[in-house]
Design a protein around this ligand. Structure first.
Ligand code: NAP
Length: 517
């Protein structure tokens, strides 16, 4: 592991920067041994050059080789699972069962996105044949398909050391799109990220992929990320993180001469609405589901539920009591990093000035129990920023006097990744219009945690949960973020007719990418 502590400028390990930082074990706040050297501005520049050169080669490589490479990455990861899981747990404090789930998801994503390309789905080929006899003017033949945009920068998130980091969906979908990728590793899990990059690069070498198809840059401060997004060689950015981080990057990007897309998946409070009828019939069952979701991995999910709207009733009181008991009896869980727990405690303090805390979770170092707060709808309506995300296990119940007040609260919500609705079937229509307007995904009688990687998934909601709600960061459509459509008009029929089967398709694409064989 002599690459540990160094940047990966393509296949080259590099460590010329002056700034050094260490990974931290959040269970005891002790730094790990290896010093990690932040990429210098010159190293960032070299990575950009290599990435651009690699893109020019990678985009011309036959599709089946790209597919084979993505599948091989998954196999390589599976063969090296142990060390990856070890560092995932050591650097994040997350339990092994969670690491296993995230690992399986990450391997699956590489295979799944390979399939999206292999089946032709991601290319979205549309054929409109010519009609030379059309009157009054002949119709040209048109073929439309997606091509890769160019080098992509990916920012990893602290809370998914695999699935939204170097092994994550943004990297897998950008590579599937045919783009080279520069990862700005998250400073909170440098071992996990560096080892992940090493295995992707090892596979790339074995598969004869161009040097620079992946670069992996270490950084503890924001300068590396800022240099990357402002560089004209970068053609798209994938970001998963806080609203503040996403907005800061957007500001920098807007100063570029050439505008590019920043696909920022940011925070969300994932409100849960529980109707009076649902509470009357299933208070206990709903209470168990909600408390388990709030508790999951100390609430460090973009889909963790942070707000709950319900009408006041005796059943709501019983429901609250159930939540308090579940939180009280829960084991303390480690947060990802001292920086994350510090921010969590600060946010709770700020929030306490606006709401009533009815169960204050215990704390020991970075270990926490959930906190439960409540407030009235009137207070929520007067202080809408109560809805802002608190990252970590924290739930605020908003008590509404009736359904009219509840609807007013929902109208006031900002855009969310998800909204959940616990209701009887004949009540759905009363809530659906407002929930649809506010969310990327709506869950009926269920909790928001758990994002299925599926071709039908939408992970990305209206602002501020995402910067661009037209796109998703999970599922086959994630690839579209890193492609752009091109129409080819009046190309000779022999190229068009070769498109019926995939292998023939590949020849066609070769031609369209400027290299006819
Ligand atoms: P973060 O602090 O915003 O960091 C994300 C990345 O952005 C890091 O690489 C960070 O660099 C970089 N960054 C942040 N601010 C920057 C700036 N001003 N300039 C340049 N780079 C900047 O977020 P996090 O703590 O990793 O993740 C927690 C947040 O992510 C939560 O709000 C959670 O809800 C959200 N999240 C959203 C999704 C989703 O799919 N929507 C998924 C997971 C998490 P450093 O490493 O140098 O700090």
């Amino acid at each position: 592991m002599n690459f540990l502590g160094k940047n990966h400028i393509g296949y080259q390990a590099s460590a010329f920067g002056n700034h050094v930082f260490f990974g931290i074990d959040p269970r005891n706040n002790q730094p790990f041994e290896t010093p990690f050297r932040q990429a210098s501005p010159e190293e960032v520049d070299s990575a950009l050059t290599k990435s651009q050169e690699a893109f020019e080669t990678y985009r011309l490589i036959p599709i089946e080789k790209r597919v084979q490479f993505l599948k091989a990455v998954s196999e390589k990861l599976k063969a090296n699972k142990e060390i990856l899981i070890h560092w995932f747990c050591a650097e994040s404090g997350l339990p092994k069962d969670r690491a296993e789930v995230e690992f399986a998801r990450s391997c699956f994503q590489f295979e799944f996105y390979a399939k999206a390309v292999e089946t032709g789905y991601a290319l979205e080929i549309k054929l409109d044949p010519a009609d030379p006899d059309r009157k009054p003017n002949p119709k040209p033949s048109l073929t439309k398909l997606n091509i890769p945009v160019g080098p992509v920068v990916v920012f990893g998130a602290s809370n998914f050391p695999f699935a939204y980091s170097t092994l994550g969906g943004d990297v897998a979908s950008a590579l599937a799109a045919g783009c080279s990728v520069i990862v700005k590793a998250h400073a909170m899990h440098p071992h996990t990220s560096s080892i992940s990059a090493h295995f992707i690069l090892e596979t790339a070498k074995e598969q004869d992929m161009p040097d620079g198809i992946l670069c992996h840059l270490l950084a503890e401060d924001f300068t590396v990320g800022q240099q990357l997004v402002q560089d004209p060689r970068v053609k798209a950015v994938g970001f998963t993180g806080s609203i503040a981080g996403g907005m800061a990057l957007q500001k920098l990007i807007s100063e570029r001469k050439e505008p590019i897309s920043l696909y920022a998946e940011m925070g969300s409070s994932n409100p849960v609405t529980v109707t009076k009828n649902a509470l009357e019939k299933r208070a206990s069952e709903i209470g168990k589901q909600i408390s388990a979701s709030v508790l999951l991995n100390a609430g460090q999910f973009c889909t963790s539920p942070g707000l709950l709207f319900a009408e006041e009733s005796a059943n709501l009181n019983t429901f609250k009591e159930e939540l308090i008991q579940a939180f009280l009896q829960s084991e303390l869980q480690c947060m990802l990093h001292p920086g994350i727990s510090k921010r969590y405690f600060e946010r709770i303090e700020e929030h306490a000035a606006l709401v009533d805390v009815i169960y204050a979770g215990k704390r020991e170092g970075n270990f926490i129990q959930p906190t439960l707060a409540e407030t009235t709808a009137a207070n929520f309506l007067a202080n809408p920023h109560i809805q802002e995300e608190i990252f970590g296990s924290y739930l605020t119940i908003v008590k509404c006097s009736d359904e009219v007040e509840l609807s007013m609260c929902l109208q006031l919500l900002e855009g969310q990744l998800t909204n959940s609705l616990y209701a009887e079937a004949d009540e759905i229509n009363r809530f659906l219009p407002v929930l649809t307007a506010k969310s990327g995904r709506i869950i009926y009688n269920g909790v928001p945690t758990g994002v299925e990687v599926s071709f039908a998934q939408q992970h990305g909601g209206p602002f501020p949960s995402s910067l661009n709600s037209y796109f998703t960061s999970v599922g086959w459509d994630a690839i579209k973020r890193f492609q752009r459509p091109v129409t080819f008009q009046n190309f000779p029929q022999e190229f068009i007719s070769k498109k019926v089967e995939l292998n023939e398709n590949v020849h066609f694409l070769h031609f369209l990418n400027g290299k006819y064989e």
